[in-house]
Design a protein around this ligand. Sequence first.
Ligand SMILES: [Zn+2]
Length: 265
Amino acid sequence: MRIRCRTLFNTPDIELWPADLLRARSNRDARILARAGHVLRRKRDGRYLAAALPEGLMPLLPRWHREAGLHDALDVLDALADARRSGADDAATLPLHRLQERLQALGVDGDAYAARTGLPLVPEPARLAYAGEDRYRRPLWLHADTARAWPRMREAAARDGVVLEAVSGYRSHDYQLGIFARKRARGQRVDDILRVNAAPGYSEHHSGRALDIGTPGEPAAEESFEHTRAFAWLREHAATHGFTMSYPRDNLHGIVHEPWHWRQE
Ligand SMILES: [Zn+2]
């Protein structure tokens, strides 16, 4: 019997997903996912590259073996097969060196952005813990510490009759780079995008320790969240669970007021 894995293993270009948490996109996918342990998934666009089956790797995309960053992903897969090395450090993070090149390609001056906002570059964790589903029924990935703290806080709120929902947790550099690339392709100026989106690499969501929190009947990531019972509850109780609001009104980073965005220390 397959042991259920609840960890996302992260490499610069490819994620290793527990196969049972992935959605099958075809009947062939479904048959393969049912037998697979992990699936190698390209971060840039979410495509499935190959599945780790008991008898070996099954390609899911032509030319997958020429994929950028495959070497790193296969190293992690090998380490997983070796029980002695499977206890990797929750605090381990991925290197940042390629991010700067990609920011330059998009016309984003990372150093100037850091100087203006006082925000640090945030590396991605080497592994993330499954923390249930978000409000859209997607797997919610968080840093291991935050994945323990979030359900506790959510249950405490529920005991007080308040429903908290996760809108968004961990987001990769690739995810944020993708938002930027699409907006640039539509002709938006870098400065205008930066008024709405954190520069890729500088979002607290990259750490897996930040959560956008919502409550039923309330649109996601809107300032009106501050008038909900959920927000009132968080103001009073979040600190006892280790969560703080990162971007209150008039914060020093010049980021718009985000009452929905909380970070766990
Ligand atoms: Zn957020």
